[in-house]
Design a protein around this ligand. Sequence first.
Ligand code: ZN
Length: 152
Amino acid sequence: MGTKVKGSPDTEYRYFLKEEEMTSFTLRTTARCEMIDITERLAALVKESGIRNGNCLVFVPHTTAAVTINENADPDVPRVILAVLDRIVPLADRYRHAEGNAAAHIKASLFGASQTVFIESGRLVLGTWQAVFFCEFDGPRTRRVQVGLTAG
Ligand code: ZN
C-alpha cells in the first residue's frame, strides 16, 4: 500500500505510492506437468498495491517450472501445449542428468522464468484471451511465485 508521509509546507498527511513492491505467493501443484492460471492472483496483488500504471513482473525461482502467457478461454489450449511439449521433450531420452528430471529442466528453459505485464488504470493489460500461467514440469511440489510491481 501507499506510504503515509508528513507533507510540507502544511501539516496534512499525504499518501505517496511506493515506486516498487515485491511480494510472493506459494502454489501447491498436483501433477507432474500442469499449467495453473494465476491471472486472478496477480490482479488482486496489483489492486492491493494501489499502483495505477506501471509493470507487473512475474518471476518463478525454480529450475523445473516456468511462467508463460497464453489462452485459457479454451482449457484445451494448455492441455495441447503440455501434450506437444511431452512429444518435443520426452520424459526419458538417455539424458545425463542423474536426478532424472532433465525433461523438466529443458521445458522450463524453453518457457522461461519470467513474464512482464503492463499495468494500466490499476489493471493488468492482457489480450482478451490471454492468461498468465504458472507452468509445473516436475510436480507435484510446493512452488513459489515472486511478483515485482513497479509504478511509473
Ligand atoms: Zn534436476
